[in-house]
Design a protein around this ligand. Structure first.
Ligand code: 6PG
Length: 262
């Protein structure tokens, strides 16, 4: 078998629920295996529905969240409360309700020192650039992240991925120079071909295939053509970075609209 598992469901809501259930399973197995779980989450709008199921339904009680470390694939170089921040929806839906102690409103109890956003606030506040921010992130992974594989890349238990309209994952765009770089995390100039046009910080794409589990979730008709290219076209990860997750063992959860050309 050389291809990932593709699960096609009725709609985005079904995808969010299935993804939330799979996330719980994967993190639970990791905790059983080595006492903690390192989950890298993604940006975009897709995680909102997933976070909702994790934070506000009975699923929340199926995992020992105190053993989970939460990381991000990438972020925009803006403060975490900025509307463009990839941290903002995770904070608002997944984390903050518990932190605020809002009885009955949900939120997962991941200890705050196990929540690892790119430190964009510190970087911007102290006048540093994206490269500095990325370097700090790599140091955080080194100090608090998972073990590394034989090639020296950190092996996260789970990386959740969304798919950009151009086939990007993380902030690794088609033709990205990050493919030739050794750093675990990097600054990326603002892309001109895809919105939003703001500078980024991202994990190195080599960290994607190194992960123990990959879960790709995307839905909607607008993703159908790029998904056909990614999953049925020639393999060229530099042209279509999402093909890094086109590998055995990865699970792609799609709705019928997104999967219609497969
Ligand atoms: C970015 C986004 C991006 C996102 C995808 C999917 O920084 O450009 O994080 O990688 O994950 O574009 O977005 P949707 O979930 O909104 O489809």
């Amino acid at each position: 078998m050389t291809e990932p598992t593709i699960v096609t469901l009725a709609d985005g809501e079904a995808c969010s629920l299935a993804a939330a259930e799979r996330i719980i399973e994967i993190l639970d197995v990791a905790i059983d295996d080595h006492g903690e779980a390192h989950w890298v989450t993604t940006g975009g709008s897709t995680p909102a529905g997933i976070y909702h199921h994790l934070a506000r339904t009975a699923l929340r009680d199926e995992l020992d969240w105190r053993k989970v470390h939460l990381w991000w694939t990438d972020d925009r170089f803006v403060p975490p409360d900025h509307p463009l921040s990839n941290v903002k929806i995770a904070d608002e839906i997944l984390l903050a309700p518990h932190r605020a102690g809002e009885a009955g409103t949900g939120g997962v109890p991941i200890p705050m020192d196990q929540v690892h956003p790119f430190e964009t606030s510190a970087a911007i506040g102290e006048g540093h650039d994206e490269g500095w921010c990325a370097h700090r992130y790599a140091e955080d992974i080194q100090a608090n992240g998972p073990d590394t594989n034989d090639d020296g890349w950190p092996v996260f238990d789970l990386i959740l991925l969304g798919i950009g309209p151009d086939g990007h994952i993380l902030s690794v765009f088609p033709g990205s120079e990050t493919f030739d770089r050794p750093e675990w995390a990097l600054g990326v100039p603002a892309p001109t071909h895809v919105e939003p046009h703001v500078a980024r910080v991202t994990l190195n794409p080599a960290i994607v295939p190194a992960a123990a589990e990959l879960l790709v979730v995307t839905h909607g008709d607008g993703k159908a053509e790029i998904l056909r290219d990614i999953l049925r076209g020639e393999r060229d990860v530099r042209a279509l970075p999402a093909q890094l997750a086109r590998r055995p063992g990865a699970t792609w959860i799609l709705d019928q609209e997104a999967a219609r050309l497969l």
